[in-house]
Every structure is written in C-alpha cells, then in structure tokens.
Design a binder for this molecule. Structure first.
Ligand SMILES: *Cc1c(COP(=O)(O)O)cnc(C)c1O
Length: 431
C-alpha cells in the first residue's frame, strides 16, 4: 500500500514512509486508505505476533518490506501484553509495559528497528538515529538498537524533566548509544534534532535518521495490541471493548482509532490527558490551539502540540465529525496523586502517573449502571516512577527484572546546552 502526505506532497511506498518519518513537506504520512479486515481471518491467530502479521498484511501488501512482515512481527512483538479484569464491573486493564524498558514505547521502537534494519541502503556509512525523548521513547529506541552493527543512536532528554529511573535507563546503554542531557525542555530537544536533520554539512558527514513518534513504523505496530485485546474480548463475550488511553502526542490513541477503523470490534475510544489542555479544550468545542507544554507528574504526556492530531484530522470529515467521534478529558496533578493514593484501597492496584489519568477519566465519565466494557490502557510500569508513586502509597514497588538489570548498570549522560551549534559540534565529533 502507498502512503499519502497529510499536506499534499507526493505519494510514497510504505517502506519510504517508514524510512523517512516526516514527509519533506513537514506533513505526516498516512496509509492511502484504511483496509477492512475480516474477523474470520483471525480464527487461528492467537499470539500478538500472529494477530499483528494478519492485521498489518494489507498495509504491507506489495511493499518491499512485505516478505519480512512475519519475521518483523515475531522478532519485535515477542513479549506479552496482559489483559486482566479490574476489581470494578465491566472493566479490564490492558498492560502494555512488559517489554524491555517497561513502557509501551517498546512496541513501536522494536518494530521500527526491525523494519529499518531490513531496508537496505546503498549508503555504506553507519546510520545515526537521533531521538528526542520526554522520557520513555529514548530508552525503547536505545534498547531496540543496542549493540547492532552499523547503527548509532543519539538520545536527547530534558534534564530534570524525567524521573530518576528514566534518566538512569536512558544513560545505561553505552556502546553504540550516546546520551545527552539537555539544559532545556523536551521542545528544545525536538528542535535540536530537527535542526540537525536539516543541516546540509551534517548530512554530508553522517547518514542521519530519526526515530520520532510520528513515524508510521511506530504507529502501525501499536494498532496490533488493540486488535489483539479486542479479539480476545470478542471471542469470550461477543461484545465490543472500549478503551481509555493516556494521551500525549496521540500516537497510542490514534493506533486504537486505526484498529477500530479497519474493523476490529472496538466501541468507544476516550483520550485521557494530563493538565496540558489542548485536546480536552478542542473536544469540548474550542479551536485547536497548540501551546507550550507544561510539566506534570505524567511527564511522558507533557505535550502542548500533539503531532498526531494532523493524522486524526485527516481521517475525519471536519471538526464536527471529529468532535462527535471522541471524548478527551484533562486530569490535574492533584487528581493523579489522589488516584494513585486510592488505587490500593479501591482496586488493589498500583498505577503509574500516566495510567492514573485513564483510571480517573473512566471514574469521571462512567454513568451508574453503564454496561459498556471498558479497558484502561496501562502505559508504563509504576516502578519506573517510584519517586512519584512510592511516597503516595507508602510502600516500595517491586521492580521488574528487565528494569532492575538496567538500573544495576552504571549510567552516563553528557550535559549539553540547548544550542544548535553545540549539538552540531558533538555530532561532528561522533565520526
Ligand atoms: C509516551 C507515553 C504516553 C503518551 O503516548 P502518546 O502516544 O504520546 O500519546 C503515555 N504514557 C507513557 C508511559 C508514555 O511513555
């Protein structure tokens, strides 16, 4: 399948869209149309990788990546998603944090890495992948490429804006991964990457690429866990499953929208955000008005201008239809704290600050006697955010083994000013 550019640039193959991330016009690539699946084709698909292969086949049809799709799915989507009932009526929790870095970013990063390593290039130089991260993406991308030959990863994260364990994780790789802690915001990190990618001299010197959140190579694999969960629920109950998704850049939620769009039995999709208000204001009727991001406890969702909004708009006929199709609700830090505090007593659960936004939104929107089957999407393991969560619940959180292994390695990140010239010099020194 070909991909079109939301800003009207030329159509490209899926492989090209995945390799380039952003379209040259500055637009985003979207599949030319949404294929329709037939649920009966999934009768023998049990594991996530099997569902993924079947669900993504129409997107990859005719593409040079198509022959590799089965092995890409098996290699990248080889860890568990867990869906289990919550101690509340008609409610499930979909845990997406059982990958190597304990947040859902592993699905997209591993899939993108598996695609990129199969797209042969005539350029023999090692590829240098730049990634600006608000906390979780950088580690997922680093883990996906760690110790692979002919690849380097350069991570930029905003110092002081990520949790202590996230910072440790970002700096613990070494080898072909370089980590910089930027004296600035996530927006500064994104600017540094963008400027470097557009720098003629740098591009002659290095084969640059990026693993930013708008790549289709990250979006497509994310629709597969919604497909897998909805199928599982349909098989057991013959009922649609609705999702509340912790939302920042809208990548995770948009993947749910696409899973529903291609025909999986999904009911409502609700966007839970932190105090950054752009989406909740829009869905309550205001104009779309991107702003600077504000720092919150759910730091991976500190986004003032959700990049995937452009894709969401493209998939709908105008604002009225879009507003009618979804609901978005903003949750304050105070509410996040209270939700984490009450998690134990109300449900016997420990939530990460991001997941807590979804829990709170569901508590707010659910009517008494509502019989909708809901799934709360749990995006990160709470142990990653021990500095926020442990004081609230008054106990230590057990650390999953993969995260523990990273925390017991030494970590290093080079401090750097949020200055385009300084970053360029660092990159020139990489060769
Ligand atoms: C990235 C992230 C989010 C937000 O996902 P988007 O795709 O940017 O909307 C939510 N929770 C966690 C833990 C994350 O790392």
């Amino acid at each position: 399948m070909n991909c079109v550019d939301t800003r009207g640039g030329p159509m490209v193959s899926l492989a090209t869209a995945i390799a380039s991330g952003l379209a040259p016009s500055g637009g985003l690539y979207v599949p030319e149309h949404l294929p329709q699946i037939n649920l009966d084709d999934f009768n023998h698909a049990g594991s996530l990788a099997e569902v993924a292969e079947q669900a993504l086949m129409p997107f990859f049809a005719g593409d040079k990546l198509a022959p590799y799709l089965p092995v890409i799915c098996q290699q990248a989507l080889n860890f568990d998603t867990v869906m289990r009932p919550l101690a509340a009526p008609h409610t499930q929790v979909l845990e997406l944090f059982h990958g190597p870095t304990a947040a859902f970013k592993d699905f997209g990063a591993r899939f993108l890495a598996a695609c990129l390593t199969r797209l042969s290039s005539t350029d023999p130089r090692p590829i240098t992948i730049l990634v600006a991260t608000s906390g979780d993406t950088g580690a997922a991308v680093a883990a996906a490429f760690h110790r692979q030959t002919n690849v380097r990863v350069v991570i930029l994260y905003p110092e002081g804006r990520v949790a202590a364990r996230q910072a440790h994780q970002l700096g613990c790789f070494g080898d072909n991964i370089a980590t910089y802690r930027v004296q600035g915001s996530f927006d500064d990190c994104q600017r540094l990457v963008k400027t470097a990618l557009n720098d003629e001299e740098l591009r002659q010197r290095l084969r640059l690429s990026s693993a930013n959140s708008i790549s289709l190579g990250r979006l497509l694999p994310q629709l597969t866990y919604y497909a897998h969960a909805a199928l599982q629920h349909w098989r057991q109950h013959r009922r649609k499953l609705s999702f509340v998704v912790p939302t920042g850049n809208l990548g995770n939620a948009l993947a749910a929208v696409m899973a529903r769009g291609i025909g999986f039995p999904i009911g409502q999709i609700v966007f839970a955000t932190n105090a950054n208000p752009v989406l909740s204001e829009y869905f309550h009727g205001a104009d779309y008005n991107p702003k600077d991001s504000i720092a919150t406890l759910a730091n991976a969702m500190d986004v003032g201008a959700p990049s995937n909004f452009e894709r969401l708009r493209w998939l709908h006929q105008g604002d009225q239809q879009l507003r009618a199709a979804f609901h978005a609700q903003a949750i304050s830090d105070e509410e996040i704290r209270a939700t984490i505090q009450q998690g134990q007593q109300r449900y016997g659960e420990i939530w990460c600050p991001h997941t807590a936004t979804a829990v709170k939104v569901l508590e707010q929107i659910r009517e008494p006697r509502d019989e909708t089957d809901w799934a709360i999407v749990a995006t990160a393991h709470p142990a990653k955010f021990d500095d926020v969560v442990e004081p609230l619940i008054g106990q230590e959180i057990e650390v999953p083994p993969a995260l523990q292994a990273m925390l017991s390695r030494p970590a290093h990140a080079t401090p750097i000013d949020a200055d385009d010239k300084v970053f360029k010099e660092c990159l020139m020194g990489v060769v």
